[in-house]
Design a protein around this ligand. Structure first.
Ligand code: ADP
Ligand code: MG
Length: 238
């Protein structure tokens, strides 16, 4: 059974079809990258998976069960955004604890979960700081920590590194891959950057205008792109 399955998932806004139909299976523990040019529907697709928006048609299954009627809070997906979306007036600890407090998790459990996530992300010494007292990379780690404490079935990353400078972006790629290994979690990572996709993915999903052009490992896409769009986008010598 797949951790995530999309069956003919469609999305239109008013008269405009953004996602004409997507079929996809993601297995437990995979690191899957959705890559495609700006405006191709990557964020829209993530929002549909997360339950932040409803599809116009099709089925979304998590662990084999339809989640079409399940709200975002109960789907077991945690989204990490490019803009961090941290609460500026709250400490790192409070930012990470916030979602759990809302879900009425016991205080001692919250403390333990935040402590574990902070250790994993090297934020242990920064828990009393405010977001403005952190570097860009540290802020992004807090945003990731906020997802980790919820122990989601699926992590959804929407271009989480695009606000960081080039050097930090490269080191954060490795950090995220390392985190994936340690958590053994299912992660879907969205980027418009093919180098990022090729260096991070177990499996790449190439999107164009709301359709999947090709799914494969970085090596498969590089060596056997199915058309000139994929070849051009991935940078294959074809
Ligand atoms: P990406 O993340 O790949 O850059 P998006 O998923 O953000 O692309 O957008 C895909 C297309 O859907 C774009 O043409 C965008 O303008 C459109 N779109 C996204 N959200 C909405 C919305 N809420 N209302 C109308 N159009 C939208
Ligand atoms: Mg986007």
């Amino acid at each position: 059974m797949s951790t995530l399955e999309l069956r003919s998932v469609r999305k239109s806004f008013d008269q405009t079809t953004v996602i004409p139909g997507v079929d996809l299976q993601v297995d437990h523990g995979e690191f899957v990258v959705f890559v495609g040019p700006s405006g191709c529907g990557k964020s829209t697709l993530l929002r549909l998976i997360a339950g932040l928006d409803a599809p116009s048609g099709g089925e979304i299954l998590i662990d084999g069960e339809s989640v079409i009627d399940v709200g975002a809070a109960d789907r077991g997906c945690a989204m990490v955004f490019q803009s961090y979306a941290l609460y500026p007036h709250m400490t790192v600890y409070a930012n990470m604890a916030f979602g759990l407090e809302n879900a009425r998790v016991p205080r001692a459990d919250i403390r333990e979960k935040v402590r574990q996530a902070a250790a994993l992300l090297r934020l242990d010494q920064l828990l009393e700081r405010k977001p403005t007292q952190l570097s860009g990379g540290q802020r992004q780690r807090v945003a990731i920590g906020r997802a980790i404490v919820r122990n989601p079935k699926i992590f959804l990353f929407d271009e989480p590194l695009s606000n960081l400078d080039a050097e930090l972006r490269v080191s954060m790629r490795a950090e995220l891959r390392d985190l994936h290994q340690r958590l053994r979690a299912t992660m879907i990572y969205v980027t418009h950057d093919q180098v990022e996709a090729m260096s991070m993915a177990d499996k790449i999903v190439v999107l164009r205008a709301g359709r999947i052009e090709q799914v494969g490992t970085p090596q498969q896409l590089y060596e056997r792109p199915c058309n000139t769009f994929v070849a051009g986008f991935i940078g294959s010598p074809r």
